[in-house]
Design a protein around this ligand. Structure first.
Ligand SMILES: *Cc1c(COP(=O)(O)O)cnc(C)c1O
Length: 399
């Protein structure tokens, strides 16, 4: 089929897409409407943590679909109970609420923190609701999560903002301290800013932030929608800094491609009362059955060690590219990595890599001077070598 035969004008235009319609995906590869194949280093934006359509996911979907798809969140269902138990057994959290997207999980976290701030008032008896977030952070596309995000321009795009999200600078505790008022209830951050360009919060910052929030009676919320579920080589990125947050959100990798997200909290902060939180599809067994099989795969002996090893391999391969082409550097944790180009050719590299023949390469440039890599967590050395060879050719074309 020709691209022109698709009636794309029926779709509400929200972004500029290349004139490609993807029809198949398997592992690290996708195929378009013409049958051209692409090595996929986006994986649905760090979502397909086991690659496209892994067998365990197909089995979980088929088996669960035959049993029950939607009993309603007003009733218990087995896969959601099983997944919640696995999550609490393997984290510092005691309670889980399932949602359908990262933004929705973060909305839940914001609501939970505000609710806790109503129960734990300031010395004047006023409810606390302000949540300190960070410049260049990304928390989602609902009105509240856009307001929480520190993306340039997002403060005015759908004005007025939801109030109560002052912005501090990452890795600068003094900038957080300065923003604390008697209305502050929480600090919320990504352990590694993903959309911001793979910018890690330092171990030292995470530890001093934990200490500071505890001392001042503030909640510490980690948005692990991108960093969670093995992406950094630990099951959750907060484990990298040896701290225990109060609230965490998950998305992306937890569903490995199906819409699933989660809000987790420790027992003292589980303050929702009946009616406070809900949603038609929340915790539905079809999605949570997939989440359970994904988590089982990540917890299998050796899996996360392999992610760490692949992360080191990718990092070393990127450093060779840096040396070969005189680029600036490389950074990241596990399989969330960025290549610093030293000049603003990221978007052109993305275009040229996609246009490579006979096979294309799908990359992401969150900033013009940066490429981000978010392969499947079970990516092979061969698939890394192949990507590096393709990328090297593309970068050489700029010399
Ligand atoms: C992608 C992302 C979100 C939003 O998740 P959606 O599923 O797109 O709503 C929130 N926070 C972080 C850190 C993300 O990377």
């Amino acid at each position: 089929m020709e691209f022109s035969q698709y009636d794309i004008d029926s779709l509400l235009s929200i972004t500029n897409r290349p004139e490609l319609v993807f029809t198949e995906g398997r592992g690290m590869w996708m195929t378009d409407h013409r049958g051209k194949r692409y090595l996929d280093y986006l994986q649905g934006w760090a979502v397909n943590c086991l690659g496209h359509s892994p067998q365990c996911m197909l089995d979980a979907l088929a088996e669960q679909a035959k049993k029950i798809i939607n009993p309603s969140p007003a009733f218990y269902n087995e896969p959601s109970i099983r997944l919640a138990s696995m999550l609490t057994a393997n984290s510092c959290f005691d309670r889980v609420f399932f949602a359908n997207s990262g933004a929705e999980a973060n909305e839940g976290a914001i609501k939970l923190a505000r609710k806790w701030g109503q129960k734990n008032r300031n010395s004047k008896g006023e409810a606390r609701y302000e949540i300190i977030t960070f410049d260049h952070s990304f928390h989602g596309r609902t009105l509240a999560t856009m307001s929480a995000s520190g993306k340039p321009g997002w403060d005015t795009i759908f004005a007025p903002q939801v109030p109560g999200f002052p912005k501090a600078d990452l890795n600068d505790l003094a900038s957080v301290e300065k923003l604390v008022t008697d209305r502050t209830v929480a600090v919320m951050l990504e352990p590694i800013q993903g959309e911001g360009g793979v910018i890690p919060a330092t171990r030292e910052f995470m530890q001093s932030l934990r200490e500071f929030t505890k001392k001042r009676g503030l909640l510490l919320i980690v948005d692990e929608v991108q960093t969670g579920m093995g992406r950094t080589g630990e099951l959750f990125a907060y484990q990298l800094s040896g701290i225990e947050p109060d609230i965490m959100t998950l998305g992306k990798g937890i569903g490995a491609g199906v819409p699933l997200a989660a809000l987790l909290c420790r027992e003292p902060f589980a303050v929702f009362e009946p009616g406070d939180q809900g949603g038609t599809y929340n915790g539905n067994p079809l999605m949570t059955a997939v989440g359970a099989t994904v988590l089982e795969t990540l917890l299998a002996p050796g899996f996360l060690a392999q992610v760490q090893e692949s992360g080191r391999y990718l990092s070393a391969a990127l450093l060779k590219l840096v040396a070969k082409h005189g680029l600036k550097g490389e950074r990241g944790e596990g399989l969330l990595r960025a290549l610093e180009l030293g000049r603003e050719i990221g978007p052109q590299i993305v275009e040229r890599a996609r246009a490579l023949e006979p096979c294309g390469l799908l990359l992401n440039s969150p900033r013009p001077d940066l490429l981000r890599f978010m392969p499947a967590l079970n990516v092979t050395h061969d698939e890394i070598d192949q990507m590096i060879a393709m990328l090297s050719d593309v970068i050489a074309s700029f010399d």
